[in-house]
Design a protein around this ligand. Structure first.
Ligand code: COA
Length: 260
């Protein structure tokens, strides 16, 4: 995979995607959206990548959101809508069975925060500033922000953030449940990679089913979700890795999971 606006790396089952336009605080232009669509699309079908980490190049920003310079060109509504739909990389992220971890240093605004919202777990540095700032540009979040933020932090807090365009700090983000963890700024990527490595060592199919049970289940009525969980749990009882996990415990050694 070769890209210009992002960097991609795969090591020990952990794929790392780095938004790489540090001169503009990793703002997302059309090319970056297309490259992210391609990258997440390929990852969604990959068995080699067990966990995905997303981060921003440089020390100052995860991403300052959509590249505002593109906003100045006049838009034909239908063409704009179609081109956005074709490269809706966050919808492609939703199809990734792997856990997605956002490592957020510095600014995460607009589409940048929406990218983090499309991840499963968010680790922020003490220097992080987060906001859905679109309202200040006379637009609204269009990358899932109005839907994913209230599901994470609740209706009132999401409305307050989206209507005001407030830029909140890491402590506040942690308090309202917008991020899962806050660490010293310099440690953000290391913390995300350490968690990713821990997850990548789990039995691959169990890891995917655990995410699927939870994420898909949240969209279902409780009884259907419980049934779905039961079906996935039953399926996992048929794997070789389940026997290996039990044997390793009894033999007091580390398991060697194969994904079978
Ligand atoms: N799109 C395009 N360029 C952007 C950008 C964006 N979203 N965010 C920052 N940049 C550019 C700046 O124009 C500047 O370019 P220049 O060096 O050619 O002047 C460069 O990145 C550095 O940004 P600057 O504003 O000088 O840095 P700062 O540290 O003072 O402020 C931010 C950083 C992120 C607080 C500020 O740039 C900002 O508020 N950006 C807009 C964020 C936003 O509203 N995003 C949502 C878009 S829908």
């Amino acid at each position: 995979m070769s890209y210009e606006t992002i960097q991609y790396q795969l090591a020990d089952g952990v794929a790392t995607i780095t938004l790489n336009r540090p001169d503009v605080h990793n703002a997302m232009n059309e090319q970056m959206r297309q490259e992210l669509t391609r990258c997440f699309g390929e990852l969604s079908a990959s068995d080699d990548a067990r966990v995905i980490v997303v981060t921003g190049a440089g020390e100052r920003a995860f991403s300052a959101g959509a590249d505002i310079r593109e906003f100045v060109a006049p838009q034909v509504p239908t063409r704009f809508r179609e081109s956005r739909r074709r490269v809706d990389f966050r919808a492609v992220m939703d199809r990734c069975p792997q856990p997605l971890i956002a490592a957020i240093r510095g600014y995460a605004f607009g589409g940048g925060l929406e990218l983090a919202l499309a991840c499963d777990i968010r680790i922020a540095g003490e220097d992080a500033r987060l906001g859905l700032t679109e309202i200040d540009l006379a637009i609204i979040p269009g990358g899932g922000g109005t839907q994913r933020l209230p599901r994470l932090v609740g209706r009132g807090r999401a409305l307050e953030m989206i209507l005001s365009g407030a830029r909140i700090d890491a402590r506040e983000a942690l308090r309202i449940g917008l991020v899962e963890r806050v660490v010293p700024a310099a440690d953000v990527l290391a913390a995300a990679l350490a968690l990713a490595k821990t997850l990548a060592a789990k039995a691959p199919v169990a890891l995917r089913y655990a995410k699927e049970a939870l994420v898909k289940g949240l969209e279902l009525p409780l009884a259907d979700g419980l049934r779905f969980e039961h079906d996935l749990a039953t399926l996992l009882r048929t794997t070789e890795d389940r026997v290996e996990g039990a044997k390793a415990f009894l033999e007091k050694r580390k398991p060697r999971f194969t994904g079978k």
